[in-house]
Every structure is written in structure tokens, then in C-alpha cells.
Design a protein around this ligand. Sequence first.
Ligand code: SAM
Length: 209
Amino acid sequence: MTLPEGVERHGFDGETSLATRGEPVYGERTDGEWRRWDPHRSKLGAMLENGMETGLDGGETVLYLGAAAGTTVSHVADFCGPTYAVEFAPRPVRELLDAAETRGNLFPLLKDARKPERYAHVVEPVDVVVQDVATRGQARVAALNERFLDDDGRLLAAVKARSEDVTADPDDVFDAVREELSAEYELLETTRLEPYHEDHLGVVARPRR
Ligand code: SAM
């Protein structure tokens, strides 16, 4: 697995970790201009740590769904191009706006990812959709936002089993999500995100067109 340009393994007080260059956002350790990308705090970070082939080279145009306060999307904006960050909860968006202040390529959107028509006039076609919405209907959110992806674009999604069904066996939930996703996407790789995130599935997929 090769890391995208702009993402490196960097030493922080003797501990090596993924890192990007930018202003710190969530109290992460820094060393000069490098900031630690903590895989325990980031599903995309965990996908990279677990060796998933994300296809990210650096410089991509990104639509990020479920940006919250900007922990992960700030790292994405550090090494990607225009990064549209959708989040529907007003409270975290305030912190997301702070993260965007030092990142001219990060565009927070206070929008519902289940209503893409509400941001379709702002978001250009993208190379990558990153999704971490942790809500019921995660496959449906991915299907609704497939329209933004270029033909050779990638979906990088983290699926939280408990958000779909708290009582079901996570493996059964993941099977159902994989099947639903397959209507719109060709699944390239699915890998669980342990030890960083329990009962989460990382998904790399491309549009089925
Ligand atoms: N991706 C974030 C990170 O790594 O920094 C963490 C995301 S948190 C697990 C899930 C977020 O998705 C929450 O902030 C939640 O408000 C948001 N979310 C859930 N459903 C959404 C929807 N339909 N539209 C937009 N945001 C949504």
C-alpha cells in the first residue's frame, strides 16, 4: 500500500504515526508543520493503517459526508484538492468552520447527506466520496451520492454496524450493506477496522456504470 502524496509516517516523541501537514484541529500531537493523524479518531486513518488500497494519490477533489467537527476531513484537506464537507448537525459545524479557516480548499456545508439535491448546485464532480455518517441507511446515503463521482472515482466508506441494527451480528449487517451497495457500486475491497474501530467495515468501491 502506498500512501497518498502529502501523507507520511512521521515520528512524534518516538512513536511513528501517519501524519499530514497543517494546523492542528483536535489536540493531536504536532512536530513542526506535521500533525499526527490518529487512526483511533479517524476511520479513514484506520483504513490506511490497515493497508486498504484507497486509490488516493493526493490532490483529489473530495466530497466528505459526515464531517462532524472536522477531525478527519481536516487531514483530507491537508493533502487533497477542493474538499466539500457535508454535516447536518449545527453544533460540530462551528468547529468545522474553525478547521476551514486555515484551509482555503475546505468548504463546510451544513446539509443532510440524504438530500444531495440541496448541495448539487455547489459540489462539482469529485474523484472521491468519503463517507462516515454512522446513521441508519448508510448504503442508501452512498447510493444517493454516487451521482457526484467521476466514472473512475472511488467511494471510501466506513460502515458502523450498530447504526444499522444494535442487536444484529455485525457480520450479518455487513453482508446486507455489501449487497445493498452492490446495486450502485462495484466493491473493490472491504476490511474491518479493528483494532482501531470496533464493528466498523471499511469499504473501497467504484461506481457501476
Ligand atoms: N467523520 C468524522 C471524523 O472522522 O472526524 C466523524 C463522523 S461521526 C462518526 C458521524 C457524523 O455524521 C455525525 O457528526 C453526524 O451528525 C453526521 N451525520 C449523520 N447523518 C448525517 C446526514 N444524513 N447528513 C449529514 N451528516 C450526517
